[in-house]
Design a protein around this ligand. Structure first.
Ligand code: SME
Length: 157
């Protein structure tokens, strides 16, 4: 198992994602612990893309509870259906939000966060956690981010 990730910083975003996915698979192939894998995925995404905040919330009962992340201190609990994360859980669909100020009910853990992408993670047909990525710039995520972050959530064992 490789415990380091090598990404050529001169690559464009799409190429960095393409180079990252097999390396992340390698990093996680012998590790079945969800929290350990979430911790490494957060670290890698922060390091490679410099996202303002990247991390996970886990479904626990009627709430999402903060899991492994990289970035500033964040809200610890989010109710079902609330905020961008709660919407991704309730709808079972990725939420791509170009301007968080225009998302009804957005939960501002940090006033720096301007755009956001939240991808649900599944187990046996149910959303069991979400991956949340925040940017301090408006409109910072596009369909490539959505496609590749959905792929990455799909390879977390
Ligand atoms: N903005 C999120 C809350 C989590 S933080 O961004 C880390 C939301 O509206 O669900």
């Amino acid at each position: 198992m490789s415990e380091s990730i090598q990404i050529d910083p001169s690559l464009g975003k799409k190429e960095r994602y393409q180079s990252l996915i097999p390396q992340l698979s390698g990093l996680m192939e012998n590790e079945k612990d969800l929290v350990a894998n979430m911790a490494n995925v957060s670290a890698v995404l922060k390091e490679v893309f410099g996202f303002f905040w990247v991390g996970f919330y886990l479904v626990k009962g009627e709430e999402l509870v903060l899991g492994p992340f990289q970035g500033t201190v964040a809200c610890t609990r989010i109710k079902y259906g609330k905020g961008v994360c709660g919407a991704a859980w309730k709808e079972g669909k990725t939420q791509l939000v170009p301007n968080v100020a225009e998302f009804p009910g957005h939960i501002a853990c940090s006033s720096e966060s301007k755009s956001e992408l939240v991808v649900p993670g599944w187990k046996r047909g149910k959303v069991v956690w979400v991956l949340d990525v925040d940017s301090d710039r408006l409109n910072d995520f596009d369909s490539w981010d959505q496609e590749f972050l959905e792929m990455i959530t799909g390879i977390i064992p």
